[in-house]
Structures are given as structure tokens and as C-alpha cells.
Design a binder for this molecule. Structure first.
Ligand code: OXD
Ligand code: MN
Length: 596
């Protein structure tokens, strides 16, 4: 058709294949959102929660077979298998189009097809990017409205431009046998069918902002990372920004919204983002971060007014809850919200909940919340130029190996620390929970290309920056021999952030160890926190046997990349082995007086 834009042409083409009854172009307005919500309440897709205590809040119960990301059904479809690398599932683009194209034929019959133009990032930022998602799920539309800047604001930027990432999504028949999440990074295209779950269906999030964007970032000299972003305010009012990569459900959101027990000393955390950061080298030679998202898709279980009061406040209104339980009074409920489950609780599947039976809320139940509602949201979270990053954290759940915190020797060593990351698995993806898996930079499920090239890109980014951030590794999850956590975590983590801040400023008492700098025994601010004798030593100690095994595991993981693994990673691995062989370990800061 004459005068048609690229989006219109694509929408027509998709409609011809999927054959929806109706096509609706989303404008992103309040009125449109309410109409959608009412429609879903009408057909049972949503349940209205208590509007007095939870205004604007709804509950969605998903198909019980569709509650988490399905990594084994997620594919990177590059023309050459090597470009996807050994850690991604790969399907040839031709095969993918044939196999999965068939599933889209007539998949929207009897349904409305929604066209969602959206922006990832602040509307005026030079670092933001456009996407268009086509979906037949009104639940996806409502969630996309909370998670992105969508509708007219995006359409205005789109007009006359072909520079958008198309993402086609259909619920299909929701069968895991016909579920595929496909990425065609060379064409910048996403196809997802058979799932309505957040990470599989809200295509702006993991599919675009991480898998496709990581590919775009390598080509364009920037990074798309699975990172939270915070600002740590010091007593002078100066704010230092920190990005942090943690695997799914490892407390990234809680850290992003930390309430400091040391506010009386003048330290406070501001939230910029809780899941994804796009990092560019700014004109000032510093790494600048934007949060491409506009909302939080947080894990409910374990969230409480003790663990994350900011999230509890944010999720008290205008929130979509997915797969949580519900009280007889119509309030959402999940394990960990309060100590005792209320009487008459209905579980996430809609059945009467009985103590001792299944959990009331699914372990990966979620809430979708507009970011602006968070009391700790940074006044700079939507700055067009992003915020300057001074430190990057890598962390995971490690019961034994990693000390509470350590600092890398250099950018290159820091990249190796990130590449060597591992964590015990959680419920955010289907599969066994609690198994240690290597998860470089928390990007294993999200890197859209060969991770060996990704490590190389990280190394190269170091030389693009005049002031590269310092790189740290943290571990809130270290346990003693009886399996008890050694560190209280949550708000107390601010003590670790304060040490990091000091280190970034060239201060902060540290001890040089084979793995990096760890805090000196008296390096952390302990005002108001009393740990049992010896606990700090244990938290900061380095166990030779555990590290020998760690080295071996890292080596095995790296081996799968063959020649493609950058030499810098091999060198750092060898250097670590050498440093470890030279010293007497276990080593705890108390045993050494060598400061730095
Ligand atoms: C998420 C995830 O939803 O990492 O953020 O699974
Ligand atoms: Mn995540």
C-alpha cells in the first residue's frame, strides 16, 4: 500500500498469517488501560483485588504449566551456529521460520491482535531504542504499559522510521510442546509463541533489552546487562552510582531498594533500576547507565516490609500480581509477606490453601509495578544522559567459595571475575533449584551471542573508557558448616556498599589476597551490627580447597569456547592459579597485617 510505514507493512503481513478478528493499535492512554483491565476482569483473566487496601491492583492466575522462563525452549537463530556459542540453544533461521512460522498460522483467530509501539529507555534519551510488539494477550499489553513507555509517545518517535525491533508474540495454545522463544539477532527480530509468562512474553524485557540489545551493543560499542542500578548518597549529599549483576531471584531488586540502617550516618540508597542496564561510554569518558524499563517485574515470595519496605509501598497500588495467593478479604498474599498465613487463604491455582500442602503463592510469583511509585526512586532515574557508573558488582548465591566482598585488581581482572561467576539456581527459570551453575555476569540465559565474544567485548570496553568503573564481587549468601547464613543481608548490605564507595575514592582499608582486595578485619562500618565472634573472619576468608575446585570448574566452563575464548581470560585464569599456589590459605584478614 502506498505511503505505508515499515510498522504498518509488518502489521499487515503478520495479520495475514495469524488472522486475528480485530487489530488494535495501542495508544498507551489511561482510558485504554482501564478498558483492557475491565475486559479482563469480565472474562476472568484478572481478578479485582480489594480496591480499598490495594487500589488499582489485580491478580492474574496463569496456566500452571506457564509460570517461569523456559530456557530450553529459548533459541538464538544466527546463520552460523558458532555465533550463538555453546551456551545458547541454536536453531538455523530457515528451520526456525519454517517450524515456528507454522504455529503462527491462524494463531490469533477469534482474538484481538494488539500492536504495541514502545520505547526502551527515557523518551528523550539518545541511548533509548524503539520496539513494536504484536501480541494476542491483553495481559501482555497491560504489563507492557507498566514496564515500558508505550503507545503514542513511541509511535510519535517511530513515524517515518524503520528503526524498531519487531517482536511477534502469540499465546498459541499455551502448550509447552509448541512453545518457542526465538531471537534473530542479525535481523533484530523476536518471535515468541506458546507462553504468556513475563520473561517469555513481555518482549521488551529479556528478549529485546538483553538478548537482541547485547548483540546491538557489541556492534555499537556499548553493553546491555542484567544489572540493577543504584545511587549511594554519602553524608555530604554526593551520590555515587553502582551497577550490579546478579542472577534471577538473588536479591537484585532488594539491593536496588535497600533501606539503610545507617541513615543516621548520612548514607542512603536511591533506586535507578532493578533488572537491566544499558551502558554507554559518555562524552566524559565515563560509563553511563540508563534503565531501559519503566517498571519492576519483581519476585513476590520473600518480599515483606522487613526485607523490602520500598517495594511493599510501591506494590500497594496500580499493580498486577501474577500467581500469588489471595486472602478472603481480597488482598494478595505470598510466603514471607507476614509470618502467619491468614485463615481462608486461596492458593495461586484458585484452590483453598491448606497448611503443609503446596505453597500458597508460586515460588516465582510476581508483581508488575510502575517504577515511579517506588519511594526510593532516584530523581535521576529518567535522565536522558543516564547516570555515571563508578562501580560494577558481580554476585551470586555461593554457600562456600566467595567471600562477602572483594575488589578486582583491574578492569581486565574484573571481567574475568564476572566471567567466572556462578550461582545456585532459583525458581525464576524452570528446572532444578539449588544447583550451582556457572552464570557469567548473570547473563548466561540472556546473552544474544557467543559468550566468548561477549567476554572479548567486555575487555575491549575497558579501553574505550577514560574512567572505567572499579569491579567488585559480592556474596550475601555465604553459609557456615551447619548451613546457616553468616551475613544478615538486606539493609545491612549498605555496609559493603560503603566500603565499595571508599575503595572507589581511593580509601577503604583492604588486604591483598590471591583473589583480589578484601576488606581489612576492621574495614567495614559495624555501627549497630554485632556479629558473633569470628563471623567476619569466616565471611572474608578464602579456602584453598574450595578455590582449587572453583578454578577447575571455571577452567572446564571456559574450555567449551575453544579458541574463541579471549586470551585475556586464559591469562587471568592462569594468574589466579599462580597466586593461589603461592600463599598459605585458608586466609582471613585477621591473619595478615598487610594493608593496601
Ligand atoms: C526476571 C528474571 O524476571 O531474571 O528478571 O527472571
Ligand atoms: Mn532478571
Amino acid at each position: 500500500m502506498a505511503g505505508q510505514t515499515g510498522v504498518e507493512r509488518w502489521v499487515d503481513e503478520v495479520a495475514r498469517i495469524t488472522r486475528p478478528d480485530r487489530i488494535h493499535w495501542c495508544d498507551g492512554s489511561e482510558g485504554e488501560y482501564h478498558k483492557l483491565i475491565e475486559g479482563m476482569v469480565g472474562d476472568g483473566t484478572l481478578i479485582r483485588l480489594n480496591q480499598k487496601s490495594y487500589p488499582g491492583c489485580y491478580l492474574h492466575r496463569s496456566n500452571p504449566s506457564d509460570v517461569a522462563r523456559t530456557e530450553h525452549l529459548t533459541f538464538i537463530c544466527t546463520s552460523r551456529k558458532e555465533d550463538a556459542g555453546p551456551t545458547n540453544n541454536w536453531m538455523a533461521p530457515k528451520e526456525a521460520r519454517e517450524r515456528v512460522g507454522k504455529l503462527f498460522e491462524g494463531s490469533m483467530k477469534g482474538r484481538t491482535m494488539y500492536v504495541i509501539p514502545y520505547i526502551m529507555g527515557p523518551a528523550g534519551s539518545p541511548y533509548s531504542k524503539l520496539g513494536v510488539e504484536i501480541t494476542d494477550s491483553p495481559y501482555v499489553v497491560a504489563n507492557m504499559r507498566l514496564m515500558t513507555r508505550m503507545g503514542k509517545v513511541a509511535l510519535d518517535r517511530l513515524s517515518g522510521s524503520n528503526g524498531f525491533v519487531p517482536g511477534l508474540h502469540s499465546l498459541g495454545d499455551l502448550s509447552p510442546d509448541r512453545r518457542f522463544i526465538l531471537h534473530f539477532p542479525e535481523e533484530r527480530l523476536i518471535w515468541s509463541i506458546g507462553s504468556g509468562y513475563g520473561g517469555n512474553a513481555l518482549l521488551g524485557k529479556k528478549c529485546y533489552a538483553l538478548r537482541i540489545a547485547s548483540w546491538m551493543g557489541r556492534e555499537g560499542g556499548w553493553l546491555a546487562e542484567h544489572n540493577m542500578i543504584i545511587g549511594l548518597e554519602d553524608p555530604t549529599g554526593q551520590v555515587t552510582y553502582i551497577a550490579g549483576a546478579f542472577p534471577s531471584a538473588c536479591g537484585k531488586t532488594n539491593l536496588a531498594m535497600l533501606v539503610s540502617p545507617l541513615q543516621h550516618l548520612g548514607y542512603k540508597v536511591w533506586t535507578v533500576g532493578d533488572d537491566i542496564a544499558w551502558l554507554h561510554v559518555g562524552p566524559d569518558g565515563r560509563l553511563r547507565a540508563i534503565n531501559p524499563e519503566a517498571g519492576f517485574f519483581g519476585v513476590a515470595p520473600g518480599t515483606s516490609s522487613k526485607t523490602n519496605p520500598n517495594m511493599m509501598a510501591a506494590a500497594g497500588r496500580n499493580t498486577i500480581f501474577t500467581n500469588v495467593g489471595v486472602t478472603p478479604g481480597g488482598e494478595p498474599w505470598w510466603e514471607g509477606k507476614d509470618p502467619t498465613p491468614p485463615d481462608g487463604l486461596i492458593d495461586w491455582k484458585g484452590n483453598r490453601w491448606a497448611p503443609g500442602a503446596e505453597k500458597a503463592a508460586h515460588p516465582n510469583s510476581r508483581f508488575t509495578v510502575p517504577a515511579g511509585q517506588c519511594p526510593s526512586i532516584s530523581p535521576h532515574w529518567e535522565d536522558d544522559d543516564g547516570v555515571p557508573i563508578s562501580a560494577i558488582l558481580f554476585g551470586g548465591r555461593r554457600a562456600r567459595v566467595a567471600p562477602l566482598v572483594y575488589q578486582s585488581y583491574s578492569w581486565q581482572h574484573g571481567v574475568f571475575v564476572g566471567a567466572g561467576m556462578a550461582s545456585e539456581t532459583t525458581a525464576a527459570a524452570t528446572g532444578a533449584v539449588g544447583v550451582t551453575r556457572r552464570d557469567p555476569m548473570a547473563m548466561l540465559p540472556f546473552c544474544g551471542y557467543n559468550m566468548a565474544d561477549y567476554f572479548g567485548h567486555w575487555v575491549a570496553m575497558g579501553s574505550r573508557m577514560k574512567h572505567p568503573p572499579a569491579i567488585f564481587h559480592v556474596n550475601w549468601f555465604r553459609k557456615d558448616a551447619d548451613g546457616n547464613f553468616l551475613w544478615p543481608g538486606f539493609g545491612e548490605n549498605v555496609r559493603v556498599l560503603m566500603w565499595i564507595l571508599d575503595r572507589v575514592r581511593g580509601r577503604g582499608k583492604a588486604v591483598e589476597t590471591p583473589i583480589g582486595f578484601v576488606p581489612a578485619a576492621d574495614g567495614l562500618e559495624m555501627d549497630g551490627l554485632k556479629l558473633p565472634a569470628g563471623t567476619m573472619q569466616e565471611l572474608l576468608s578464602i579456602d584453598r580447597d574450595a578455590w582449587s575446585k572453583e578454578l577447575e570448574d571455571q577452567g572446564k566452563f571456559f574450555e567449551q569456547f575453544g579458541d574463541r575464548l579471549p586470551n585475556e581470560m586464559r591469562q587471568e585464569h592462569a594468574k589466579l592459579a599462580q597466586r593461589l599456589s603461592r600463599v598459605r590459605v585458608p586466609l582471613s584478614p585477621a591473619e595478615t597485617s598487610k594493608g593496601s
